[in-house]
Design a binder for this molecule. Sequence first.
Ligand SMILES: *Cc1c(COP(=O)(O)O)cnc(C)c1O
Length: 385
Amino acid sequence: MIPYGRQSVSEKDIQAVVDVLRSDFLTQGPRVPAFERAIAAHVGAKHAVAVNSATSALHLACLVLGLGAGDALWTSPNSFVASSNCGLYCGARVDFVDIDPRTYNMCPRALRRKLETARSAGRLPKIVVPVHFSGQSSDMDAIGELAREFGFRVIEDASHAIGGSWRGSPVGSCAHSDIAVFSFHPVKIITSGEGGMILTNDAALASRAIELRSHGVTRDPDRMVRPGGGAWRYEQIGLGFNYRMTEMQAALGLSQLEELVRFVVARHALAARYDEALRDLPLVLPWRHPDSYSALHLYVVQIEDHAPIGRMELFERLREEGIGVNVHYIPIHTQPYYSALGFQVGDFPLAERYYSRAISLPLYADMSEAAQDHVISALIEALRR
Ligand SMILES: *Cc1c(COP(=O)(O)O)cnc(C)c1O
């Protein structure tokens, strides 16, 4: 089966992990801070805090921004459930903003309308989480302006988007946000097995995240309530978790980071081949925002209504051909857990309409042209009238 996405792991990556196993530290050694510094330098953020997943990173991001019961968090319905679950973990209310039908990202105009209504009702969100779907940045200038006007904080869910940029600023530089979050799950752009990273330019947010990823404990005398005593002393000053990244994960991530630019360039070359080969088929091809350089995590097409077969049949035919197509995403608000919170089908019609026609074609840095040609011929075969 040709997967929709997969990691590219080299012998150098493997050696980097093996070296850790022969070293003194399997966790909390030198590689985690080295990985943090390397990612921060790469994207131009002041601080990076490594954790064991992007889900943990989103949770800590919400906590350090003070999200709690009585607050609200808004995100895009066209995302993985982690983008909104982070709000629920904090006891906050969660709501969604419908997508722009061209980018499939949160629509800034829909966001403004919803903010104006919420302001009249006195129910403005504390945090908005734009998701850079498929690796293409959301309109961060527009969202940053709304944040200043309406007084909310911004967490970028950049799980798809390391290696991308918005108007020349690398995603993760937090030029228009408080925090950005990366995922290093194996299907994402670079991997550490499991892993995530919090990026911010705010030192206080970073130090709180560092405490919360390790039980809410500090050894910094300046942070202690009762400093002094023996050198063994640590203090628990918050209720944290064990969200730490291991040295093996950090070593893999560091080694992968060296290939990031090459991986994204390879994804662009493959996407350009899809663009060319599929342009006469009844498909809506991915639109590239001129201000955005996408990391191209996903290559999603929508089946036109006049196509000879629908999404279900196309999906099944491609799977039968050994092509591991997928669908991103089932709108979060239609999940049973969210229905139980009161959301209904019809609440976010553009995300729902997009979902009903979307299919993600295989795309990963090491995909061979032969594998891609197999996907292309299967699509032509299935969609020719
Ligand atoms: C993958 C993903 C996450 C969660 O990442 P993990 O590292 O697996 O926890 C969150 N948001 C989006 C948009 C994702 O694609």
